[in-house]
Design a protein around this ligand. Sequence first.
Ligand code: NDP
Ligand code: 8X3
Length: 248
Amino acid sequence: MSKIAMVTGATSGIGWATAEALAKEGYQLIICGRRKERLQELSAKVDVETLELIFDVSDRAAVAEALNSLPEEWKQIDVLINNAGNAHGLGKIHEGNIDDWDAMIDINVKGLLYVTKAIVPNMVERGEGHVVNIGSIAGKEAYPGGNVYCGSKHAVDAINTGMRMDLNGTGVKVSQVCPGLVETEFSLVRFKGDKDRAKMAYEGFEALRAEDIADLIRFIVTRPAHVNIADTLILPAAQASPTLVDRN
Ligand code: NDP
Ligand code: 8X3
């Protein structure tokens, strides 16, 4: 029987590419996001069985309802990719928008926790499973204007470490992937649909592609049972820190 992988934020970017990469490894997929038509498009593109789950990760009741609705044959999830997330805004702390702050904490931190709580107890019961949390270079080092986004990803970093400690001895592996600049819809969301500003984030150097991150995630989840890649920082060759990027 095929293994089952669940990918949050599969409608775009890193999540979409990860779903495709795991499909190539033969995983059945539970793909999640708020945009139903994107999930349908992804289902049509991959050669494995998929189940589309449409919910907002920051809505605690919706997360529970979506995961409780899983048919029996989809309940035993082998791999969870906690990927859904975004930055909202890039402003100084004294000029920040509180709705943006709420969104980042609610989605990137609380959403990741709600999904984890709905899935990991079953992994522990079965004595196997793998959670891959998508952190960020922003979770290792803050940068100007990054304040709350960086805070949310530092929280993911700490939660990832705590999760790995708590699950030690249960058979459930916990890994974190921390990318630098990846060209996805991330900056379009951060800059609220301003395409020119979003494009500038990736100008003058070769940014990572979503497929580069998916390739790393595929590698992490296909290691032998005794190997856990606990944490990884993956950057474009031109990037050395959140703010040090060699642009021509
Ligand atoms: P995208 O904007 O391309 O994708 C974000 C995904 O998250 C979408 O599928 C979106 O789905 C989903 N999502 C956002 N909010 C919610 C929500 N409230 N409920 C459910 N799903 C949600 O960005 P990336 O692919 O780049 O980002 C993926 C992850 O990678 C994020 O956690 C991000 O922080 C992290 N990251 C990205 C980097 C980059 O440079 N791009 C670098 C480091 C980390 P939908 O809108 O359909 O709900
Ligand atoms: C996304 C990378 O540097 O824009 O987490 O915060 S960055």
